[in-house]
Design a protein around this ligand. Structure first.
Ligand SMILES: NC(=O)C1=CN([C@@H]2O[C@H](COP(=O)(O)OP(=O)(O)OC[C@H]3O[C@@H](n4cnc5c(N)ncnc54)[C@H](O)[C@@H]3O)[C@@H](O)[C@H]2O)C=CC1
Ligand SMILES: CC(=O)[C@H](N)C(=O)O
Length: 363
């Protein structure tokens, strides 16, 4: 098909011209550079790098991917020192996403083919340190996009309910709508969505992105977000029988149990490219208020008490976020289906914390 006609038909650039002919490298790699092309097709399993892997979500993701692809195929990385059990559970490497050369070195030396980019400063800590959030969430993302484009990686970058703002439809928020967030975290995530999609259409980068709700997990501490209360409540209910909530009782937000979140992440990464009508999807599971969560906890911990001491910054952020997510495109395109609703979430979290508390008491 003649070049101009293909363009008029809306073919993407990379299907028209070979990537290298376009001078693909956003880092100005010489046109005759020998692109590292160890793509997924070279191997039975992807070779995976997870950035920011020592936060709330990364270790669980590494466990899931190692079960699927083998222990040594998945490298966890962060700028923090890993606890012993993480260090001994599989490959770990120091990686600062602000250091582009070192990122490239890891990707080349370890022959990485899939990258899960989890490094970030979340909403509340981001507001407390805007310049660091801007560096990590925006400059760091640029490094990740460039290294992924140069080395033909499949790239997953999580976005969030925080990528929406007070002018977005909130109940529910659809995939495509006005996005004018008022936090540096949200702004950086909208930037990530747009840049990833731009690299996809411009350079053929295999960019995949899910907007996560607030994620609830038992095995690690939350990293400074607005939805952290829904994690902390389980620690405090099992340890002290009471909890002081920093959001108002009726603040409704979309939430998800970590197993659903990590499964969604793996599923979208494994989905055939032709099934993806978009590159950024909402994924949802449940939606509740602190009051509703406390009522559900009360069914299992009869002495449980919740009090409220509202943090104005977190409350303002929460009030600007969606109350519900419309994730019908994810369900239609690649079969997304959540397993955990509020009752299963609460039972699971209390069981996990209860057994921890029993182990602690016994030792
Ligand atoms: N936890 C949640 O509820 C949600 C998380 N997400 C996204 O999922 C991803 C992972 O989230 P969490 O694990 O909860 O975050 P977290 O805040 O717990 O962990 C982030 C990690 O990034 C690391 N990091 C910071 N600066 C770095 C740098 N310069 N180089 C390398 N690593 C650096 C930190 O050391 C930390 O371990 C983030 O991108 C977040 O925006 C999205 C929506 C909800
Ligand atoms: C929903 C998120 O992105 C995160 N948990 C936060 O509250 O900042």
């Amino acid at each position: 098909m003649p070049f101009m006609r293909m363009l008029r038909r809306g073919c993407c650039w990379t299907s028209v011209l070979p990537v290298r002919f376009l001078g693909i490298s956003p880092r100005q790699i010489p046109a005759d550079a020998n692109f590292h092309s160890a793509s997924f097709s070279d191997t039975d399993h992807p070779r995976v790098l997870i950035t920011g892997g020592l936060g709330q979500l990364g270790v669980g993701l590494a466990n899931l991917l190692r079960k699927r692809f083998g222990k040594d195929s998945v490298i966890l990385s962060d700028i923090k020192k890993p606890p012993d059990h993480v260090f001994h559970s599989g490959p770990f490497i120091y990686s600062d996403i602000l250091d582009y050369k070192s990122l490239r070195e890891i990707v080349v030396n370890k022959r990485i083919t899939w990258l899960f980019h989890y490094s970030a400063l979340l909403s509340a800590v981001g507001e407390a340190n805007v310049s660091l959030a801007r560096a990590v969430n925006i400059t760091g993302l640029h490094n990740i996009l460039d290294v992924a484009a140069e080395h033909s990686l499949r790239l997953f970058v999580p976005s969030t309910i925080g990528a929406f703002g007070p002018t977005s439809p909130r109940n529910p928020a659809p995939d495509l709508c006005i996005q004018r967030p008022r936090t540096i975290y949200g702004v950086s995530k909208v930037h990530a969505e747009l840049m990833g999609e731009y690299y996809h259409y411009r350079y053929g980068l295999d960019f995949r992105c899910l907007r996560y709700p607030g994620i609830i997990s038992a095995d690690s501490q939350p990293g400074g977000g607005t939805t952290d209360y829904a994690v902390q409540i389980f620690h405090d209910a099992t340890k002290h029988g009471k909890f002081e909530c920093n959001l108002e009782a009726h603040t409704r937000l979309p939430m998800m149990y970590i197993d659903d979140c990590l499964r969604a992440t793996l599923e979208v990464m494994e989905a055939p490219a032709e099934s993806l009508s978009m590159r950024t999807y909402n994924v949802g599971a449940m939606s509740f208020t602190p009051e509703e969560l406390a009522q559900e906890v009360l069914k299992h911990v009869p002495e449980f008490q919740i009090t409220y001491n509202v943090d104005a910054i977190r409350q303002a952020i929460a009030d600007s976020w969606p109350m519900n997510f419309d994730d019908s495109n994810a369900r239609k395109d690649w079969g997304w289906k959540h397993d955990f609703d509020l009752p299963e979430l609460v039972t699971t979290m209390l069981n996990l914390h209860g057994s921890e508390a029993r182990v602690a008491q016994a030792s």
